[in-house]
Design a protein around this ligand. Structure first.
Ligand SMILES: Nc1ncnc2c1ncn2[C@@H]1O[C@H](COP(=O)(O)OP(=O)(O)OP(=O)(O)O)[C@@H](O)[C@H]1O
Ligand SMILES: [Mg+2]
Length: 323
């Protein structure tokens, strides 16, 4: 498989069985009609509250869980096709996830060198020990962990949170990642080192790496990602160019997220942006807009039909009956 230029998700639905009886199973619809494109050298931010289906969508792209329906294409080839299955290991190397808690994915009894050597040997079995080591050193340098030779001999607990997240990124790069699905990569880190990680990832875009950047924080989405998709309980409600989505948010839910962003030095009273209500659980039977129960601008039809997609600008779309 050559380098991937584009990963396209179309109309993806992901249901999870959550109980029910022998004859009538119950399902939770974690993703509904999700369509998005990841491009080499660019970042797409997925923003939304807890439970909105962000990780579920990333795991489907990483082939950790299977979509219930819909397609995932890699440069046009469907990844569920039998022909594609042969290049699964290659796909796994090129499309990698990194997680919120870098410590959780590192084994405390092994050095950083060991953590990088293992995946390199699996994905590039023909490399000699010297070549493996050279690659380890070069990758550690690339992610800003120099002097690399010293870092390689350290154990995970000897590194800071930010350094550990750099190791996780290095591990993805070492096996040739071209797309990184970063699931809240900075939310557990000290505020002071978050920017360093975002800047490193921004730098990697120039090497052609594409990102799916999952976050609760729409402010960092705008800083780091060219495009932003806002999700609410399994649905993409607004998406497009990050500047447009964050500067002129049109969906009441996006407006709510933006209003929650603290502005440096300013504390002003804000108008109420949403009703207090539980975040609903969606099932395959659910109808209407998932945000209807909290929306201050709700209309009758919001409870009945999922709004169609409205194109607001060249790259700005919303699903809301107001438009
Ligand atoms: N394996 C599973 N079985 C059953 N339900 C699941 C499973 N994985 C996720 N879910 C449910 O799917 C919904 C979406 O979960 P997901 O983890 O994708 O949300 P998220 O947007 O990543 O949230 P967070 O911001 O908390 O990480 C949630 O209601 C979750 O409980
Ligand atoms: Mg998640």
């Amino acid at each position: 498989m050559s380098d991937i230029a584009e990963i396209t998700v179309e109309d993806m639905v992901i249901d999870f069985p959550v109980g029910g009886g022998l004859f009538r199973k119950q399902y939770l619809r974690a993703a509904n009609g999700v369509s998005l494109t990841l491009r080499a050298g660019e970042a797409l931010a997925i923003v939304g509250e807890s439970g909105s289906g962000k990780s579920t969508c990333a795991r489907a792209i990483a082939r950790i869980n299977m979509p219930t329906s819909g397609t995932i294409r890699v440069d046009g080839a469907e990844i569920t096709d039998p022909g594609f299955r042969q290049s699964q290991r290659d796909y796994a190397a090129k499309v990698q996830m990194i997680f919120q808690d870098p410590f959780g994915s590192l084994n405390p009894v092994h050095t950083i060198r060991h953590h990088l050597a293992r995946p390199i040997r699996i994905h590039a079995p023909k490399l000699s020990s010297t070549e493996v080591d050279e690659r380890i050193i070069a990758t550690l340098e690339r992610v800003g962990l120099s002097p690399a030779a010293q870092t390689a001999d350290k154990f995970p607990y000897e590194l800071s949170g930010g350094q550990r997240q750099r190791v996780a990124i290095a591990r993805a790069l070492a096996v040739g990642a071209r797309f990184i699905l970063a699931d809240e990569p900075i939310s557990m880190l000290d505020v002071s080192i978050r920017l360093g990680i975002l800047n490193l990832m921004d730098d990697m875009k120039r090497d052609g790496i594409g990102f799916m950047y999952i976050t609760h924080d729409i402010a960092t989405a705008r800083y780091f990602a060219e495009r932003t998709a806002v999700m609410y309980v399994g649905h993409m409600v607004e998406w497009g160019e990050s500047d447009s989505v964050t500067q002129s948010p049109r969906h009441p839910y996006t407006q709510l997220l933006i209003s929650a962003v603290p502005e440096a030095g300013i504390r002003k009273t804000r108008e109420r942006k949403a009703k207090k209500a539980e975040i609903p659980m969606r099932t395959p039977e659910s109808r209407g807009c998932p945000f209807a129960g909290r929306c201050l601008k709700v209309m009758d039809r919001c409870h009945a039909d999922m709004p169609p997609i409205t194109q607001l600008q060249e790259d700005h779309y919303v699903r809301c009956h107001l438009y």
